[in-house]
Design a protein around this ligand. Structure first.
Ligand code: UD1
Length: 429
């Protein structure tokens, strides 16, 4: 099992290019099941989750070919409508094939994903939404089965703006008979991207990015050529990595508007940015980094929430940064239970953090020291890398397969910024 060896205490400089979004690419790959003919997806990131999703689609009978930066996908002659447990258990996003399968082929079967490291993550909202569209949904022997001769448009009011449920229902509605309206829909940029993709296939979706999405079902959708949006979580991670190391870098090929909530929190702490249309450059704070380090003493409460609020997927990385700033910070996690597994590992690096339910209190500003630490989930792993980049000495970060699910060429990108990061063999635990 691979590990990362991080020699901390260096400052970073230069420019990092952001990859295409994993969380946009996965639903878009699922949506290719809706279209007839070939779809070309550009610049899909080389990540374990993307590889797993390709495997899932290939198992269903889809044909996938990679030519340089383009992935050609065709799913007109599927041989099964069953997403098996072996794949679903490694990636919960597999549930996203259920809506497209039942909408286009009249039947979809997906193994139940079960719990995961960051919480129980049920799929009830996905299933209720599909039922509202007329699918007959049954749970049997560890899998969920959805059937329908033709889905019918309907009004679906989500009790919570779930990203995955909005995506599944939007995909299914796009081939349903008549109009559907999703109320209290998720507003994440990935939802807008999925709607743009479906519209590029000939779909009729309006309102994505607001809480009310209307979908006029069409008879057929056809393949198209598409590049998903840049990864806002990756962009945020590199910004926070540089700030944790008190460095000015440029994060290129990102959409600053997608991480406004983070930029506002950071500006409130005295960080300064030059925002371009597709890039963010960190500027030195007023008075320089030394002043930044001595002047703080702030007390702040930060709460995760559905977009446009502060994203749960950046919570761990922000926490790593906050451990380096003088002051007392509370982070309240409202989206997932059990999403504080990085806390114990950050403490091993010297951070002062206490946990009370869904609230973490960080007493920032102390020194971090190098130590061996263990990754527990994707974003928790990124937080450990950030803290290790600051801690003087060598930290071994074990179980980096979590990191490889969502960060393309991370050690190469960090080395490009001047960090000392190597990949090595870790213990096989
Ligand atoms: C997506 C992202 C994930 C991100 C999350 C929240 C992908 C592949 N993953 O996950 O990185 O952290 O959005 O921004 O895009 N819930 C239910 N019932 C459901 C569905 C969800 O109770 O049927 C709950 C979940 O348990 C969780 C909350 O709603 O507590 C948010 O989940 P959701 O927005 O659906 O996240 P995902 O789509 O799983």
């Amino acid at each position: 099992m691979d590990k990362l060896l991080v020699e901390g205490g260096r400052s970073l400089s230069g420019k990092v290019h952001i990859s295409v979004s994993k969380n946009s690419s996965l639903p878009i790959m699922a949506a290719t099941l809706l279209g007839e003919g070939k779809t070309v997806l550009k610049d899909l990131p080389v990540l374990r989750d993307i590889q797993t999703f390709k495997q899932l689609l290939t198992n269903l009978g889809g044909v996938i070919e990679t030519k340089g930066r383009e992935t050609l996908m065709e799913s007109s002659s599927l041989k099964t409508f069953f997403a098996v447990y072996d794949i679903v258990k490694t990636m919960r996003a597999s549930i996203l094939v259920l809506g497209p399968l039942v909408a286009r082929y009249g039947m979809g079967k997906v193994s139940l994903p079960g719990g995961c490291a960051i919480g129980t993550r049920p799929i009830d909202l996905h299933l209720e939404g599909l039922e509202k569209l007329g699918a007959r949904v049954s749970l049997e022997a560890g899998h969920v089965l959805a059937k329908a001769s033709r889905l019918r448009g309907n009004r679906i009011a989500l009790p919570f703006p779930s990203v995955g449920a909005t995506e599944n229902v939007m995909m299914a509605s796009s081939l349903a008979h008549g109009e559907s309206v999703i109320e209290n829909a998720a507003r994440e940029p990935e939802i807008v991207d999925l709607a743009d993709f479906i519209n590029a296939m000939g779909g009729k979706i309006e309102g994505a990015g607001t809480s009310t999405i209307s979908i006029q079902g069409v008879e057929t959708l056809t393949g198209c050529s598409y590049r998903p949006i840049p990864d806002r979580i990756e962009a945020a991670t590199y910004l926070l990595a540089a700030l944790t190391c008190r460095s000015s870098i440029e994060v290129a090929g990102c959409i600053p508007d997608h991480i406004l909530s983070l930029l506002e929190i950071l500006e409130g702490l005295g960080c300064r940015f030059d925002r371009g249309e597709n890039s963010i450059r960190i500027q030195k704070p007023v008075g320089g980094w030394e002043h930044f380090d001595s002047a703080h003493g702030v007390s702040k409460i930060i709460e995760t929430g559905p977009y446009p609020s502060f994203p749960t997927d950046i919570q761990a990385q922000l926490m790593a940064f906050l451990t380096s700033i003088k002051g007392r910070f509370s982070i309240v996690e409202t989206i997932f239970e059990n999403r504080f597994m990085h806390v114990a590992e950050l403490r091993r690096l010297g951070a002062h953090i206490t946990l009370r339910g869904n609230r973490a209190v960080i007493e920032g500003g102390g020194e971090l020291w190098a130590a061996p630490v263990m990754c527990t989930d994707l974003r928790a792993s990124a937080a450990l890398v950030l803290a290790a980049l600051r801690a003087k000495g060598r930290s071994d970060i074990l179980r980096v397969y979590h990191l490889d699910r969502g960060y393309e060429r991370i050690e190469e990108k960090l080395r490009g910024l001047g960090a000392s990061v190597e990949r090595g063999e870790g213990p096989t635990v």
